[in-house]
Design a protein around this ligand. Structure first.
Ligand code: HEC
Length: 156
């Protein structure tokens, strides 16, 4: 490659850094957070925080490489899509039916290994769940599913 081409590539890489997506950050704890209304054992919460919360809550932690365009654009895209499907910080605002569906989806996606998404674990190896963490999450979400189902049935 000649010098001109290299300089152009470097220039483009520098220029695209100017396009910065807004960060997913909230200072105050959410009153609608799942953790404010239901018991989540520490071991489960730790696993969810490290493997899921970056895309499914109102707070994402951004290591430096997640702040560099174009990676930062993919991160922003995943966070906005992820939050739309499931937001642990808005869980209490969901209608019962949606809560139950999401808990089932959590168990299934963890069981099948579709969450966290593989393009994420490729860069964030700390988010790879161990077999025992998977089991903890599935047992917890199944039992919360039963709990919510039982209490809403009792209220009918
Ligand atoms: C890198 C971002 C990212 C991480 C980390 C992540 N997800 Fe997701 N999640 C998404 C996106 C994006 C979607 C939207 C559906 C899709 O594009 O596949 C989604 C969808 C979901 C859904 C809804 C599925 C459906 O059928 O609607 C559930 C449940 C879910 N994720 C659970 C989890 C759990 C549990 C974890 C942690 C073990 C996790 N996710 C980690 C990005 C992420």
């Amino acid at each position: 490659m000649n010098k001109k081409v290299i300089l152009t590539i470097v220039g483009v890489l520098i220029l695209i850094q100017l396009i910065r997506p807004g960060a997913n950050k909230t200072e105050a704890p959410s009153p609608q957070a799942l953790t404010a209304h239901y018991t989540v054992p520490d071991s489960v919460l730790t696993a969810l925080k490290v493997a899921c919360y970056n895309c499914h809550s109102n707070n994402t932690s951004y290591p430096w490489y997640d702040q560099v365009a174009p990676v930062s654009w993919f991160v922003a895209y995943h966070v906005s899509r992820g939050k739309k499907h499931l937001n642990f910080d808005e869980f209490e605002a969901y209608p019962v039916k949606r809560k139950l569906k999401r808990l089932k989806d959590i168990s299934e996606s963890v069981e099948e290994g579709t969450m966290p998404i593989s393009s994420y674990t490729w860069m964030h190896s700390e988010a790879v769940l161990t077999a025992s963490q998977k089991k903890l999450i599935i047992t917890w979400s199944d039992s919360l599913h039963h709990q919510i189902e039982d209490t809403t049935k009792a209220a009918l």
